[in-house]
Write a protein that binds this ligand. Structure first.
Ligand SMILES: [Zn+2]
Ligand SMILES: [Zn+2]
Length: 326
């Protein structure tokens, strides 16, 4: 367990600078609403203060009523002195305001979402006694947080002396509005070889595999000077014109090019894992990028406890709680 010395806010709540609880430790830590709230405030998901836009006062949260209520006495036209009375829920606009659920349940639901277990849906429905639409909805909401984190932390991969394998594959997805009909969706992906403890990879859903599409993606995600290994698909033929060293392997003949040693086995292995991760029932087109980002997020932060900390900080960044009362 890593629990850095926390910083204490003026309201008395701590600010977490880095935690890594095991599941057992976390379950003991969050056993009621008050503790769940402390955890969420420590990670910036909820705030104990907000500014009143009407009178400019700093208002403290009333957690008994889960409201910010401005009690400043102000001069009201035709009424004389009266309380400002501007109010809003402490949850509005925050991650926890997504859909009504007890704070402990939200914490445990996210915990299950972040775990490495096989059937997260079943586990969340059973453990928290929630319906399948509720769990589906929250999980897709969680994936938005993760996608935002991955977007903010993603950087170009490769560089001079580095090898990046690039390949495309098809994933099955639902045709929008037709739940039971599946279609294939192309995804272009790349991974840098020899990187330990980090995930230097990208996945992009694509409409086609033309040179314009594929070279455009490579230029966006891979640094010039990189040695790129691909199969013999013609979409990559002009890579050397864009400052890359390009080696190919003819996968219908060999797994490894006998002359150059080029292969794409790292990305082929990754596709197997990506397919397993992406919902086996298929996904809607707009959800695919989020599923792929979720796959990268778990590889970026393999430690479950650190992943929990990063998730909640990211939820606070995407849904900041400090917006004013108006
Ligand atoms: Zn933390
Ligand atoms: Zn006010």
């Amino acid at each position: 367990m890593v629990d850095l010395q926390p910083v204490v806010q003026s309201c008395g709540y701590n600010v977490c600078r880095g935690c890594s609880f095991t599941n057992i430790e976390f379950n003991q830590k969050i056993s009621n609403e008050v503790e769940a709230r402390q955890f969420l405030i420590a990670h910036g998901v909820l705030s104990c203060h907000a500014l009143c836009e009407k009178c400019g006062s700093r208002v403290s949260a009333d957690f008994d009523r889960n409201q910010f209520i401005c009690s400043k006495v102000i001069l009201v036209p035709r009424r004389g002195r009266a309380n400002c009375d501007t109010s809003r829920s402490v949850f509005s606009g925050t991650f926890c305001g997504h859909m009504h659920l007890d704070l402990e349940k939200i914490c445990f639901l996210v915990n299950i979402f972040l775990s490495n277990h096989e059937d997260l849906m079943e586990e969340a429905m059973f453990e928290l006694k929630l319906s399948s639409p509720t769990v589906l909805d929250w999980f897709s909401f969680c994936r938005k947080v993760v996608a935002d984190y991955v977007e903010r932390h993603s950087q170009c991969i490769g560089g001079v002396g580095k090898i990046v394998e690039i390949d495309e594959t098809t994933l099955e997805r639902r045709i929008d509005n037709r739940e039971s009909v599946l279609t294939e969706q192309w995804v272009c992906g790349g991974i840098e070889r020899g990187v330990r403890g980090e995930c230097k990879a990208f996945f992009v859903p694509v409409e086609n595999r033309t040179p314009e599409t594929l070279i455009g993606i490579v230029k966006r995600y891979v640094l010039p000077g990189t040695t790129i290994m691909t199969d013999c698909w013609k979409g990559y033929d002009s890579l050397e014109d864009f400052g890359y060293r390009h080696l190919t392997v003819n996968r219908s003949k060999n797994f490894v090019n006998p002359r150059t040693g080029a292969h794409t086995q790292t990305i082929q292995r990754l596709w197997v894992e990506v397919r397993r991760h992406v919902s086996s029932a298929g996904f809607r087109q707009e959800e695919l990028s989020d599923y792929l980002a979720d796959f990268i997020f778990r590889r970026m932060i393999p430690c479950y406890g650190r992943r929990r900390h990063a998730f909640w900080k990211a939820a606070a960044t995407l849904y900041p709680p400090e917006h004013p009362l108006a």
